[in-house]
Design a protein around this ligand. Structure first.
Ligand code: ADP
Ligand code: MG
Length: 211
């Protein structure tokens, strides 16, 4: 589906893993490689997608059905691909996204207990044959991530979930990483920020040297 010149890199992990904190460092490494880069995020990444994000994260949306949540995530993603990701990659711009479809398997699949086969159907509808070139999974014990995230203020609709929810999310991420070792790099995000950043820098340099 894509006429891809640029590379697509995604960042995944539970809340508080340090994705947002890592974004600029990763961006600097990629730009040092001499390529243009678009930084984006999911859900969101477009004006329409950001409105959908607001709905998804709004803790007052207590009655949102699980199917609604999954479809909204993919609706935002369809717009994101159409408006940002695919045009950028086609133009030779690399794209770095804070979350992508792995998060749907982890949250709407494992976390919510959704039917994985249906998520795969939606994936095959919205982006057939298209996957990230590299996925950096920031992994840490969920309690530590939730503790970090709790310092950010009013918890969103996901951050209100119990630790058990995030445990299934983490487990799903690790399983997906184990089943696609060429695409994933698992980073131990429980360590101090400077150590996590050093590992990310090394990991990116090694990966960039292979492509
Ligand atoms: N390695 C780290 N050690 C300690 N605190 C961290 C680390 N990485 C991030 N943080 C802090 O944890 C909080 C959540 O980090 P953030 O990057 O927003 O996570 P995410 O985007 O994955 O939810 C922030 O306050 C951030 O400063
Ligand atoms: Mg973040």
């Amino acid at each position: 589906m894509s006429d891809q010149q640029g590379r697509f890199i995604t960042l995944e992990g539970v809340e508080g893993a340090g994705k947002s904190s890592a974004l600029e460092l990763i961006a600097d490494e990629i730009r040092d490689h001499g390529v243009p880069l678009q930084i984006t995020r999911e859900p969101g990444g477009t004006p329409l997608g950001e409105q959908i994000r607001d709905l998804l994260l709004d803790h007052r949306q207590r009655e949102m059905a699980d199917d609604t949540e999954t479809l909204l995530v993919f609706a935002a993603r369809a717009q994101h691909l159409h408006q940002v990701i695919l045009p950028s990659l086609a133009a030779g711009t690399w794209v770095l996204s804070d979350r992508f479809t792995d998060a749907t398997y982890a949250y709407q699949g494992a976390g919510r207990g959704g039917d994985i086969a249906r998520i795969t159907q939606l994936e095959n509808w919205v982006h057939p044959g298209f996957t990230p070139d590299l996925t950096l999974l920031l992994d840490l014990p969920v309690e530590l991530g939730l503790q970090r995230a709790s310092m950010r203020g009013i918890p969103d609709r996901f951050e209100r979930e119990p630790a058990a929810f995030f445990q299934t999310v983490r487990d799903c991420y690790l399983e997906r990483a184990a089943s696609a070792p060429n695409r994933f790099r698992v980073i131990d995000a429980s360590r101090p920020l400077d150590q996590v950043q050093e590992t990310l820098r090394q990991t990116l340099r090694e990966w960039l040297a292979t492509i």
